[in-house]
Design a binder for this molecule. Sequence first.
Ligand code: FES
Length: 166
Amino acid sequence: MGKKVSRRKFLTYTLGGTAGFLASGVLFPMVRFAVDPVLKRGAGEQYVDVNLTIDQITETPRSVEFTVHREDGWYVPEGGEKLTAWVMKDDNGDVVAFSPICKHLGCTVNWDSNPQFKNEFFCPCHFGRYYKDGTNVPGTPPTSPLDRYKTKVENGKLLIGPVEKA
Ligand code: FES
C-alpha cells in the first residue's frame, strides 16, 4: 500500500511549488537583467581598423583617431564613441598605442608639445609629464604610466582594441 499524504502536507507541497514557480518568474528576469551586460561585455573584444599600415608607424608617436561602436550596459552611444591613441613603434619595433588620458586627472596628453620637455608626452593641465615609453616622470603629478590599448596587426594593418590598464 502506498504512503498516505496528509491533507496538510499536500497543501504545503502544492503551495510551496506554486510559490517557487511564481518566484522563479520574477527572479529569473531580475537576475538576467543584472548579469546580461556583464556577459555581453566579455563576449568579445572589439578591434577597430584605424586605417594605418604597419609601415606608416614609426618611432615618433602619432595621434590616431577612431570610432568604437559598443554598448555600455544598455546605453549605445549614437554614432559611436570617438577615441584617440598615440601610436608608435617601441625600441624593439613593436607597435604600441597609448591612451592620451592623463593619469592625474584625465586631461589629454600630447607628444612633444612643450619645448621645455622635448620628446616627452606632456599634459598642459598641471604639467604632467611622461617619457616616450609612457612611464610617468617622477616628481610630476601623474603617479602611474599611461594606459595602453591592446593592438594587433592583420594583413599589414593596425587594429586597436580595448584599453588595458598600465
Ligand atoms: S590632469 Fe594631467 S597633470 Fe593633471
